[in-house]
Design a protein around this ligand. Sequence first.
Ligand SMILES: [Mn+2]
Length: 257
Amino acid sequence: MIIAVSDVHLGYQASNRQLFLSFLEDVCKSLSSNDQLVLLGDILDFWRMNNVAVAIENEPIFNILESLDTKIHYIVGNHDYTLATLKLADNQLFDIRKTLRLEDNGIAYNFIHGYQLEALAVFEPLTIEEYESLCISLCQRTGDFIGDILSVLWDTIHLSFKKADRRQRTITSITEVPESRRDMHKVEQFARSKIRDLFLGLPKNGRLIFGHTHRPFIDENVANTGCWVSDASTQNTYIKIENGEMELITYQKARRQ
Ligand SMILES: [Mn+2]
């Protein structure tokens, strides 16, 4: 069995942190060493608070992860992108990467957080690499800095926009929550298309599992994990993959006797 979950945004005030803790206890604790847990990005949110402060504040979550019997993979998102820059020892709690391919019942699954889809479909003229370099800046500096995103763009990427250029509005929307960003339908359209793997550099003939948009859905060959923040209209979802089937599940806390 594979469980994939994303966009908990620990460190952000709207994160459903307590419920995620219960999810780890109720659902993930029963996973075995043959199962896999995919943390599909933006589990931690470094854009709003110091990286180390977020990690220390969420130590109970790392403690539960450490106690699980199952194999854990961490795929970086835009809000926790700097984890990809850490130099990990072989025996660390999880491997950290940008893409992952797993098999279940003879079917291949490609996992990405999904910011790549938005960068390609919406944030033109930024390239994925330029978007990732912005994510590093946004993860490493917090507070007032977010208001200065445009000046960072000028400095680091040397983009120049004419006044009232529509792309300027699009690119400044990077720091808005997904619920208020435009063109998420373009991201979903791209994710459902067959040519996505070509653009993403993914092996073909795999199902795609991603998050990032905070809009969970499931289709024949693609699924979105959703999110765990109270801003979103649908919350606390995850994808379960077992016996060749994908299932979108909303976690509800079990009533204790
Ligand atoms: Mn994201």
